[in-house]
Ligand binder design. Structure first.
Ligand code: GLV
Ligand code: GLV
Length: 342
């Protein structure tokens, strides 16, 4: 009893303490309620500029902070942690992916790294499914054709013929949250869904009536191959020339995960040589993609500017989760979506 009382008192004092002194820096403008939640408890500073901060500016702005909210474009490495100094205890990613943070370095320094799972999975699955439909039915090229005034002959028997999505085969690489929600959407289109994942998910297989196959079989059988793995040393360039060769000539590759999972040079060759039919991408090896990248010159690509989670509702929920990860961490209660063990 005595011990419990002491613990409660200490935690309360600790929280009161952080309420007045602790500093949080947010590297890009995030929507409400993120900033308001943080302002209640911390001295909060947010970069209101439109651009990613340069390294020097980032070093300057993180000096002395206790917590940091960072974006995918920020490389959070030992230099940034050094610049922040010894007070830094939490790095809160405004994203589900965390490959832009040096987790090893953070863990070594006992800095918690957090992310925003759950809240963005449905939006990303929606965008992925829209890319499947858009690629299959030539929607982007057809839209341009009309807008550029090229539509001369009315209804035409062979104008923009594409591929059916219903009853086709979808191959999902990586059956996490987003992969699972994509499978659910695909079943609504009567697609046959096969998947490959590091670990087999028997429960989801029976719930959604989907089938586990090897990566090779998935590539050979799928009309649409969609990637939903996180980026790590195992998934880096997982899809390369040898994998494209296994795919059907009529198949499309869809990527809303991380660009570096695909060897982009090999993808460019596969598209040029018509090894596959097309690619619909939301992510690239280097973002933003350069205008001189051959992918931007091809009619068989659809390229989006990394907008998987970009809905008003989802970005707002992400801001709430990213802010609460910090508040709850210091408060030592409530949910903290921590991805490292400290
Ligand atoms: C987006 O790519 C994310 O990781 O949230
Ligand atoms: C299409 O509009 C059709 O009538 O075939």
């Amino acid at each position: 009893m005595h011990t419990i009382l002491i613990t409660v008192t200490r935690e309360t004092n600790y929280f009161m303490d952080i309420a007045h002194k602790n500093k949080v820096y947010i590297t890009r403008k995030i929507p409400e309620p993120g900033p308001s939640i943080l302002k209640k408890y911390f001295q909060t500073n947010m970069n209101l500029g439109v651009d990613v901060l340069g390294r020097e500016k980032l070093f300057e702005n993180v000096r002395g902070v206790d917590a940091l909210i960072c974006m995918l474009g920020d490389k959070i490495d030992s230099e940034v942690m050094d610049a922040a100094g010894p007070n830094l205890k939490v790095i809160s990613c405004y994203s589900v992916g965390h490959d832009h943070v040096d987790i090893y370095e953070a863990t070594k320094r006992k800095i918690a790294v957090t992310n925003t799972p759950n809240v963005l999975a449905n939006s990303t699955a929606d965008l992925t499914f829209s890319l499947i439909l858009t690629a299959a039915r030539n929607i982007v090229n057809a839209d341009r054709y009309v807008k550029y005034g090229n539509w001369k002959f009315g209804w035409t028997p062979d104008l923009f013929l594409g591929y059916d999505v219903y009853e086709s085969t979808l191959g999902i690489i990586g059956l996490g949250e987003i992969g699972t929600l994509l499978a659910k959407r695909a079943r609504g289109f009567d697609m046959e869904v096969i998947y490959y994942s590091k670990t087999r998910k028997h429960k989801i297989e029976s719930e959604l009536d989907i089938t586990y196959v090897s990566l090779e079989e998935l590539l050979q059988r799928s009309d649409f191959v969609s990637i939903h793995v996180s980026l790590n040393k195992d998934s880096f360039h997982m899809i390369d020339e040898s994998k494209f060769k296994l795919m059907k000539k009529t198949a499309f590759i869809i990527n809303t995960s991380r660009g570096k999972v695909i060897n982009e040079q090999h993808l460019i060759s596969a598209l040029k040589d018509k090894v596959i039919a097309g690619a619909a991408l939301d992510v690239y090896e280097i973002e933003p993609i350069s205008k001189s990248n051959p992918l931007t010159q091809m009619s068989q690509t659809i390229l989006l500017p990394h907008i998987g989670s970009a809905t008003f509702g989802t970005r707002s929920k992400m801001a709430e989760v990213a802010a609460n990860n910090i508040v709850n961490f210091f408060n030592r209660k409530g949910i903290v979506h921590k991805i490292n063990k400290i």
